[in-house]
Design a protein around this ligand. Sequence first.
Ligand code: FAD
Length: 390
Amino acid sequence: MTDALDRLDILDLDDDLADEDRLLRDTVRKFADDRLRPHIQQWFEDGTLPARDLAREFGELGVLGMHLDGYGCQGSTATQYGIVCAEVEAVDSGLRSLVSVQGSLAMYAIYAYGSEEQKQRWLPGMAAGELIGCFGLTEPDSGSDPGSMRTRATRDGDDWVLTGTKMWITNGSLSDVAVVWARTEEGVAGFLVEKGMPGFTTQDVHHKISLRASVTSELILDGVRVPEANRLPEARGLKAPLGCLTEARYGIVWGVTGAARDALVTAIDYATSRVQFGKPIGGFQLTQKKLADLAVSLQHTQLTAKRLGELKDAGRIAPHHVSFGKFSNVSAALAICREARSILGGSGITTEYPVLRHAVNLETVYTYEGTHEVHTLVLGSHLTGLDAFR
Ligand code: FAD
């Protein structure tokens, strides 16, 4: 594996890593190789994973909400967070989703918009992986257009009463706390809905053929009474959840480079050992053309991720930068995995190799956190000044 991994770094990007970033990368890569990679085929096939145990282990590793400061979080750089996303997604996008929904969506929402009391109450346990969070924005009839959400929060004395359904929620049924976005008379607001609150139930989504090593649930809110103390006081309007999504999309930009890299490492190893017509298939020009195209495309995704890391660490990142990254990197990673699959021939369609698993996972990543089309429109709007959303 290592040889192909080294050869894929044609532009010597690894040489630019700071010592502590390399150490972090190697630590997470070792954890991924020892603890995650040996089981991922089974988890994916079974459509289950030991999420509670894994959350604690990710917590011990210090990667949950690692880019946040204080409250048990590491205060890492954006680049370090990106490196971690790539290493985890090199095993599976579902595992990266566990990490990034916890850190970038649920924890970030509390960190950015919560009261001091809410931060003290939830963030240390979430950073340790003792508590799990989810982020409920999407609804059955409200996906790309979250402004059309129907979930409603009505004030009743010191409480709010929440009614509605959230759909496709990662970590949903696992969660100790759900960040739920709801319409109020003053606009969209965020609420911390706790496991066990009367009227709050979840139901897992089954029959997925993508992101199987991830829990996806429906959140059902049937007159759930939530105290005012559980409303996120600084979250005002739709820009609050959108701010969380910009955080999470940044992790995706890096994460998918890991999935694509893993697919390509597998394809190179296969191409150099599989013999047809008397020689390794990697010795045929058509295979080399595929590998050259894919390796160049992979390095482009890595350069994009690196640039976004620099912009974020410099405090200069804007939503259109993140849209650029999600738009370009996810589609490139998906194309890499599909073509890499062809190099494995028939073997490529099994779960014995990770390549097609990465590809089908990336179909979800292509759609969640703003579909590919939505990011196309963000870029179109940036380029023309004209909004084409409606
Ligand atoms: P729609 O919005 O109905 O879109 C269908 C198609 O129409 C897409 O191709 C879309 O791009 C296109 N389309 C829509 N509007 C336009 C337009 N104006 N112009 C051009 N094309 C358009 N959500 C959460 O809140 N929390 C989570 O944790 C979460 N996890 C998820 C996990 C999984 C496995 C999946 C599959 C989804 C998850 N989502 C989550 C939901 C995800 O963010 C939505 O699926 C996504 O926003 C798209 O919404 P939709 O599926 O309703 O599709």
